[in-house]
Design a protein around this ligand. Structure first.
Ligand code: NAD
Length: 351
């Protein structure tokens, strides 16, 4: 897990989750409700102790506040972190116990799936709580797998960022895609359709080799992808892809991908700037998923998801423009914009 210092520090509300019968053990962290209910997924992970789970929940909840604010969503930031019980456990009972707490919060927190949790888990939550999204889509309403929306947002953001930072359309550019999972694979399909050349890496050969075959992509090792001979690097696997050593040796001139928390440490943002590598901030680029989840919760249709996802690319272009004009890191510019949105809502609530 990658750490980053707290930036905006409103009082954070934490709800301790514990139920011996089901094995529920964790925390809901609600970072900000200035813009609306705290929204963010529920992570199930093996943490060494409660302190580690709490630290992760706080960091992730803060990230959701920034992401939701800049995506223009009527939601604050929150996250649930559950400690995975040792050995066999009754998954349905665990998520129902979690859902009962979510319901008692009365809409202060809205949950969805995240790392380690699934659509089925959220359907268990939905048996006892209304404050859940990430369920199967129905009747033309928003819902279902958010990955295609995330991939669309990344693709359009990359197109806008390439025009701005590289002065080029995607056609003919080489994109190194790290991770060919749900988002990475869909991104590769879109990039190939736009005439980009692909270099890909994934430790799991299934989708990687099929993509390589269909799109004539070059496969490299997972240790080589960030340093590949490419114009654009698209981290679509785990967090922390951009550490100091990697950035010092990168050939790509633009980073734009789906992974959360791409900067291994905050100082990497300055190093990218020094090296003249444009960085499209991760949480702005990958907001398509939460946009879909929030539309589902609000009962909106797919057209409103499409409209909000279409806002990602111009926002990224705007951030890159301001960063260039002010000779600052795009990461800092994005944070400042998100903080202004949250602070404006806090003032409106206080008035
Ligand atoms: P996924 O689990 O479907 O895919 C991740 C892929 O990365 C897997 O195929 C995995 O084998 C591969 N991988 C793991 N380690 C790797 C390495 N060192 N090098 C190359 N590949 C590696 O996940 P996803 O849903 O495609 O999400 C990808 C990233 O985007 C994650 O960081 C996720 O948090 C973030 N994200 C996803 C969404 C969404 O809607 N799915 C939304 C926002 C952010």
């Amino acid at each position: 897990m990658v750490s980053r210092p707290a930036r905006l520090t409103p009082p954070v509300e934490c709800v301790r989750l514990f139920d011996a019968a089901s094995g529920l053990d964790g925390v809901i962290a609600i970072h900000s409700t200035a813009l609306g209910p705290g929204a963010g997924g529920c992570r199930l992970w093996s943490y060494d102790d409660m302190d580690a789970a709490l630290a992760d929940a706080l960091r992730l909840a803060e990230g959701m506040s920034y992401k939701n604010a800049l995506a223009g969503l009527p939601f604050g930031g929150a996250k649930a972190v559950l400690r995975r019980p040792a050995g066999d456990f009754d998954r349905a009972a665990l998520f129902r116990a979690f859902g009962e707490v979510v319901e008692r919060l009365g809409g202060l927190y809205v949950t969805a799936e995240d790392v380690g949790t699934s659509v089925d888990d959220m359907h268990e939550v939905a048996r006892v709580s209304r404050h859940v999204a990430g369920l199967h889509a129905k009747d033309g309403r928003a819902g279902g797998d958010p990955s295609p929306w995330t991939a669309l947002g990344v693709f359009e953001a990359m197109r806008a960022a390439a025009r701005f930072a590289l002065g080029s359309e995607l056609e003919g550019l080489t994109v190194a895609v790290q991770g060919t999972g749900n988002v990475g694979a869909d991104l590769c399909r879109r990039l190939a359709g736009a005439g980009a050349k692909l270099v890909i890496a994934d430790p799991n050969p299934d989708r990687r080799d099929r993509l390589a075959h269909v799109h004539d992509a070059r496969v490299v090792g997972v240790d080589e992808i960030a340093l590949a001979d490419a114009d654009i690097f698209a981290p679509c696997a785990l967090g922390g892809a951009l550490d100091r050593d990697t950035v010092k040796r990168m050939k790509a001139r633009l980073v734009c991908g789906a992974a959360n928390n791409q900067l291994a440490t905050p100082d990497v943002a300055a190093l990218l700037l020094d090296r003249g590598i444009a960085y499209a901030p991760d949480y702005v680029v990958n907001a398509g998923g939460i946009i879909n989840v929030s539309a589902e919760y609000l009962g909106e249709d797919e057209a409103s998801v499409a409209a909000r996802v279409a806002g990602i690319a111009p926002r990224v272009a705007d951030i890159l423009r301001v960063a260039r004009e002010e000779e600052r890191s795009p990461a800092a510019v994005a944070d400042e914009m998100a903080e202004a949105v949250i602070a404006g809502a806090q003032r409106a609530v206080a008035a």
